[in-house]
Design a protein around this ligand. Structure first.
Ligand SMILES: [Zn+2]
Length: 232
């Protein structure tokens, strides 16, 4: 190999090494991108899925508890609350309903809907309510996710309120389920935006006739350390 060829080969080798070094330096300057916060669209798709699951679960739990309630032996008159007389009863929707006297039987037959609810045992009714709340709590979780996605999009120190559920991107009906409607849900967000955001989501069902009443309201608190708590 001639002297010129050796110089040429060495020059090429040096250029190659230099290029490799440059490329590797560039790589070091660009760290892996941080995990992305969910986009508003992803958040809504997730919320929709969660709502469907929660509604189905609430319905199933309610049916189970109602079946349990129906199988519990009746001991008091649904009209007066006094001890029943096993000889005074009517067949109502395939089940015997007992009364303390004939007067109560007549009252029941005139307005069965007014008294039928009193047949369910209070404890079981509480369980029905907690099954119904499963739906509401899932929606509150969706609103919390919505708040986090909104804050991630706006960034730290953003100082203008989102302006209600619509501002978070929820459309009318998004949060209406079997036991709740959009209007039952409100939220507050501490501004300017912090990471994690500090917020509270409150649900007080007032519209649906079959809404849960125990407790009458729930609040989901998003704390500064990123954890959440529930207060009835
Ligand atoms: Zn009676």
């Amino acid at each position: 190999m001639s002297g010129r060829k050796i110089v040429l080969a060495m020059t090429i080798a040096i250029i190659c090494l230099g290029l490799t070094w440059l490329v590797s330096c560039k790589k070091k300057e660009q760290p892996a991108p941080p995990p992305k916060a969910p986009t508003m669209e992803e958040m809504h798709k997730h919320a929709e899925k969660m709502k469907k699951t929660a509604t189905a679960t609430a319905e199933e739990a309610k049916k189970t508890v109602e079946t349990m309630a129906a199988s519990v032996e009746q001991t008091v008159c649904p009209v007066t609350g006094q001890k029943i007389d096993k000889n005074v009863f009517v067949e109502y929707k395939g089940k015997k309903v007992y009364f303390c006297c004939a007067d109560c039987k007549a009252k029941f037959e005139a307005e069965p809907e007014k008294y039928i609810a009193k047949l369910a045992i209070p404890i079981l009714r509480g369980r029905i309510d907690s099954a119904k709340w499963a739906e509401g709590k899932s929606m509150m979780g969706s609103i919390a996710t919505g708040i986090r996605a909104w804050c991630a999009e706006k960034g730290v120190n953003y100082n203008t309120a989102p302006g209600g559920l619509t501002g978070l991107g929820f459309a009318a009906g998004d949060l209406s389920g079997t036991y709740f409607v959009d209007a039952d849900f409100t939220f507050t967000l501490t501004l300017p935006v912090t990471v994690p955001p500090v917020f509270s989501v409150t649900c007080t069902p007032t519209v649906r006739t079959n809404r849960p009443t125990n407790p009458a309201s729930y609040t989901l608190n998003g704390l500064a350390d990123g954890t959440t708590t529930w207060t009835p």
